[in-house]
Design a protein around this ligand. Structure first.
Ligand code: ZN
Ligand code: ZN
Length: 335
């Protein structure tokens, strides 16, 4: 018997892309997304357009195109699966672009997270097609459920990014709105949720659900998961570091900052301004001492911060707040 799958796939793919290209709104949305001017609502609308275009292509299949009028697994697997995967790729690329723009707008130097194709969901669709004695009885599965599947890619991307950011100590929010008075379940889910208190259902939707699910970076403040201290989002550590590199104290040029110092700067337990002030206006610089491993360090006492610097490598190894008694004593000596 003739293998109809390759030709059917090509025909459907052509129709899918034609539908999508013919949708001016989809092109507009994609343009805004690529320009970094769109949020998750637009990504959801774009996903809807892609899903509609694909469902439109699927709607041209009838039982008459299929052997025995059935969508056997081996056909569905080579026709429906690759197209659902293409839908995923298009929508995922758009959603990631949106997250990237949102991260930048919030001053977060974080990579947007992507989600893999949900093969289980696709298998579920294929199973139902394969199980039906007549394709025409289940053709609807390649209608609205495809649109819901497409929107699901955006929801999953949002979820992955919220959870990723939450784990780095941020407190992102998820805002779900039901502007179309969807149903009681959706009305109850509407609201603003702060990570980690986000019920999983917030990221879910039933068939034909057009609820809007959006990401909000929250305050953008970051809580250190260990110390529970907060930092401000603008304090990108590389920017902080750049404010110190190249400064000189006692003929030593600062070349590097240890992880310990980096952490104290981002936590603001020792702010960068204090370290800078110590380097520029030291109250006292102690001659080099050697630790147990023979590494030299000089101690620079500033008004608010005290630093240990390796004079050979220019690395600021540690820092801590200057004790107020020490400061008063040294300031008294100065005058
Ligand atoms: Zn609903
Ligand atoms: Zn809904």
């Amino acid at each position: 018997m003739e293998d109809i799958a390759p030709a059917l796939l090509e025909t459907l793919r052509k129709r899918f892309l034609q539908h999508l290209e013919g949708n001016a709104r989809a092109a507009e949305l994609l343009e805004a997304i690529l320009a970094g001017k769109a949020g998750y609502e637009e990504a959801g609308d774009y996903a809807e357009a892609v899903g509609q275009a694909l469902a439109g292509a699927f709607s041209t299949i009838t039982g008459a195109d299929l052997p025995d009028g059935r969508m056997y697994w081996n056909i569905a697997d080579r026709v429906v699966r690759p197209l659902l995967e293409e839908d995923h790729t298009m929508v995922s690329d758009a959603a990631v672009q949106v997250q990237k723009a949102l991260n930048q707008a919030a001053g977060l130097g974080l990579q947007p997270q992507t989600v893999p194709v949900d093969s289980e969901k696709i298998n579920g669709i294929l199973n139902r097609l394969d199980a039906a004695a007549a394709y025409d009885d289940v053709a609807w599965i390649l209608g609205d459920p495809v649109v819901t599947y497409s929107r699901g890619v955006v929801d999953a991307t949002l979820q992955a990014n919220v959870e990723f950011q939450g784990k780095t100590g941020l407190q992102p929010k998820v805002v779900r709105r039901a502007p179309y008075k969807c149903c009681e379940w959706c009305s109850r889910l509407a609201g603003s949720y702060t990570y980690p208190d986000v019920p999983r259902d917030v990221y879910r939707r039933h068939r034909n659900c057009r609820c809007v699910v959006e990401y909000d970076p929250g305050s953008g403040r970051r809580q250190n998961v260990h110390t529970k201290q907060w930092t401000e989002p603008a304090e990108d550590v590389t920017i902080l570091e750049r404010r110190l590199l190249g400064l000189r104290v006692q003929g030593i040029t600062v070349q590097k900052i240890s992880d310990h110092v980096r952490q104290r700067m981002t936590e603001r337990s020792v702010p960068v301004e204090d370290i800078r002030d110590a380097l520029e206006n030291p109250l006292q610089v102690n001659p080099a001492r050697y630790d147990q491993e023979g590494r030299p360090s000089i101690i620079v006492v500033g008004r608010h911060a005290t630093l240990a610097i390796n004079p050979e490598t220019g690395v600021i190894a540690t820092c801590y707040p200057t004790h107020s008694k020490t400061r008063k004593k040294l300031e008294a000596l100065e005058t």
